[in-house]
Write a protein that binds this ligand. Structure first.
Ligand code: FAD
Length: 694
């Protein structure tokens, strides 16, 4: 063993014992002998990878001392999965950006990564992907650690403006809106839940004046992206597919609570079903964007496999400040960005594609002169196109935090219980065990309250059922991620802190309240002003209240009672003045621990030109501007009924095909049908009738 190896082992906090490939690790009373297979030899590159992993653990989260087991864990993980850590496998961060590309994509998140991949399938085209953040760290691979990424360097750390209608339990009454600032965007920090939404969501988009966006039109794109690893689901070829970039798998590990939740749903009269299949109403174990227990971000799925394409340039740590638009021709011709402290300009021969997410995209449109004219003038920004809808129509899913149930058995996901060396090694070696848990999220239930049409399959509440709650880590991280005040935590959670519990987050699926994004200043580095407006529509309050009541009743089922389940009846701080469990009380509760599910969307909505708030048309071109499309969560006219990462991925797959169709030499109808089939595996598409040359 050479000096560098010895040093690395020492840095890991492990004591090397013997020649060959074993070492002992001592933490407190735990002593462990780790033996590496003789056939595998630690190489110099592996050592540097391990060292990198440790640096990441401590620098990204600043939590080195709290997550004491991480270095060993990452070392073992890196050893067994060194192919994943191999710097050769990572996207290449170009040193120099050329003066001109065919396409410039802004934002390498869920959508941007797909666009960059699909456009560079065209050999004659070249693409620059600009991303404000850096590459994703290894720590993000580990599902249970996602909560530690909130408020870290990988997060834009947005806070909403204080408002009386919600988030009253948060520091300064401001919700924390986590968004990924990293290659892979929010898909690097999310909980990987794979939900497509309801067929009626997309049929509504179509009815709102968006041809080509009905469910039958978008299903081929969900399938194009999908690599379904559950053989039972994969057999349902009407709804699922294998071989796509985006891997979907079952949880490698669940607590006994996961199945019990499904049983509770059945007891309540719901069916156990594939909620991404023919019908949505019902209960199921969650499906995740994971592969063998580690996260599949959009960057891992779509950028790593094509990193060697010569026509793809990725420039990380590049903060875009403006889309350059000729005020006379109203054509986007380039992008201005700051990299390494230097302002740079790059030109786009064909198109600029904005994929900066539901906050970044409207901010950039406004900074570039496309937005509500009065607001832009107020901020001294020359108006290129008056687009009143930019930043408006903001939608998000909220749930209520703190709906918790104590149980008598030591089976929940308690952080102190699951963060141990056995779990770490089980994860590292086998890719399963408690560290693959998406912070306890195990089961999904779609239910209809009395405010939804009961005879229809369009539920208005999603239960996110967890084998944990905010207090499962003793308030050390979840509380901070959600920006809950220490006082609220102490008053409400103290008696169940670090105790065995399960939780249910009732999430309202189709909110009627609308928020908005405005510029704070014309400085592109300033965060915009964010107004959530949660629970300002009275119907939302009603649905939320019923959702909470339904969640509480889950604790009364025999399936859950057998764990000795007791609802945590502690009056919610701020609501002590109300009689417990009345409608007024639940409304008050909803306004305290109002939990964003991080599905900000719809701030540059798609719609026909005669819709005053529409920002893009059905081919995602910005109305009134040439050569500029928006492709990300912003374009949703209405939020989908479920977690939105899979829908954003679908939007990007479809958007990429639209770009291809625009710039490919003109085809006749038959050739177009063949191209659609080539792209999606599906025979024909009526959407092709509506395509036009932009
Ligand atoms: C904590 C969390 C948990 C979630 N859990 C789930 C879940 O379990 N399931 C689910 O379906 N959905 C989940 N979501 C939502 C889902 O991940 C997002 O809706 C989705 O990733 C949005 O994709 P996007 O492409 O619109 O934006 P993003 O993925 O956020 O990408 C935008 C990208 O643009 C970059 N960018 C922004 N501004 C600039 C600029 N000026 N210059 C350069 N680059 C810029 C950003 O850094 C980012 O990389 C979660 C989200 C979060 C944050």
């Amino acid at each position: 063993m050479n000096a560098k190896h010895t040093k690395t082992i020492t840095q890991l906090g492990v004591r090397y014992s013997g020649s060959g490939h074993s070492f002992t690790h001592t933490v407190g009373s735990d002593r462990l002998l780790v033996t590496f297979p003789n056939t595998v030899h630690a190489s110099m590159s592996l050592i540097s990878i391990v060292t990198g992993a440790i640096k990441v653990a401590t620098s990204i989260t600043g939590l080195g001392s709290k997550l004491w087991f991480l270095p060993t864990f990452l070392a073992a993980f890196a050893y067994y999965h060194y192919d994943l850590f191999d710097p050769e496998g990572r996207p290449i961060n170009v040193k120099e950006v050329r003066p001109e590309y065919d396409f410039v994509v802004i934002g390498g998140g869920t959508a941007g990564a797909v666009i960059a991949n699909r456009l560079t399938e065209m050999k004659g085209w070249n693409v620059l992907l600009l991303e404000a953040g850096g590459d994703e760290p290894e720590i993000a691979d580990v599902p249970i650690l996602s909560i530690y990424l909130h408020r870290s360097q990988l997060d834009w750390k947005y806070r909403t403006q204080p408002q009386d209608s919600a988030c009253q339990a948060m520091v300064d009454k401001r919700c924390c809106w986590t968004r990924g600032k990293v290659l892979g965007g929010s898909s690097v920090l999310n909980t990987m839940l794979y939900i497509r939404g309801n067929r009626r969501d997309y049929d509504l988009w179509k009815r709102l004046g968006n041809p080509g966006w009905g469910f039958d039109d978008v299903l081929p794109y969900f399938k194009k992206a999908e690599d379904q690893r559950n053989p039972y689901l994969a057999n349902d070829t009407k709804n699922h597919a294998t071989g796509g970039y985006f891997t979907v798998q079952d949880a490698p590990w669940n607590t006994p609570l996961g199945i019990a939740f499904v049983e509770a749903g059945i007891e309540m009269g719901y069916e156990h079903r594939d909620v991404n299949g023919d019908k949505q109403t019902g209960f199921a174990l969650f499906q995740y964007n994971m592969i063998r227990g580690y996260r599949v971000s959009s960057s891992k799925a779509y950028l790593r496999p094509v990193r060697l394409r010569k026509n793809l340039h990725i420039a990380m740590l590049s903060h875009v400040t403006k889309v350059l638009i000729n005020p006379d021709t109203k054509r986007a011709f380039g992008v201005e960005f700051i990299r390494g402290g230097k302002k740079q300009v790059v030109r786009a021969r064909k198109e600029v594609i904005l994929s900066a997410g539901a906050i970044g995209t409207p901010q950039l449109l406004m900074l570039s002169g496309v937005g509500p004219a009065e607001h832009l003038q107020e901020k001294n920004i020359p108006v290129i196109h008056n687009a009143p809808g930019v930043g408006q129509n903001l939608q998000d899913h909220i749930a209520i935090g703190g709906i918790a149930f104590e149980i008598d058995y030591p089976i929940s996901v308690l952080i102190d219980r699951v963060f141990n060396l056995n779990a770490a090694l089980r994860y590292a070696v086998q890719g399963d065990g408690p560290l693959t848990s998406s912070i306890g999220l195990e089961t999904v239930g779609f239910i209809s309250t009395k405010y939804a049409n009961q005879s229809d399959d369009w539920p208005d509440i999603e239960f996110m059922m967890t084998a944990s709650t905010t207090s499962s880590d003793g308030g050390s991280q979840s509380r901070k991620a959600h920006c809950i005040t220490q006082k609220f935590y102490d008053e409400y959670f103290a008696t169940i802190s670090k105790k065995d519990v399960f939780g249910i987050f009732p999430m309202m699926l189709r909110p009627k309240s609308r928020g908005y994004v405005k510029l704070r200043t014309n400085d592109p580095l300033d965060h915009p002003l964010l107004y959530h407006n949660y629970l300002t529509h009275p119907d939302d309050v009603r649905v939320m209240r019923e959702g909470i009541k339904a969640a509480v009743s889950v604790g009364e089922t025999t399936a859950m009672k057998r764990f000795g389940t007791k609802f945590h009846r502690k009056p919610v701080p701020g609501c002590q003045g109300y009689e417990l469990f009345t409608d007024e009380y639940w409304e008050c509760v909803a306004r305290q621990y109002t939990m964003t599910i991080y599905h900000m969307s719809a701030t540059a909505k798609m719609g026909p030109a005669d819709d005053p708030l529409a920002v893009v048309d059905h081919e995602l071109n910005v109305h009134g501007i040439q050569g500029l499309r928006v492709i990300d969560a912003s374009i949703m006219p209405t939020i989908t009924s479920g977690n939105i990462n899979a829908p954003v991925n679908m939007i990007a797959e479809k958007g990429a095909d639209m770009i291809k169709e625009t710039w490919r030499p003109r085809k006749n109808k038959r050739e177009k049908r063949m191209l659609f089939k080539e792209s999606t595996g599906v025979k024909s598409a009526d959407s092709s009738k509506t395509r036009k040359q932009s």
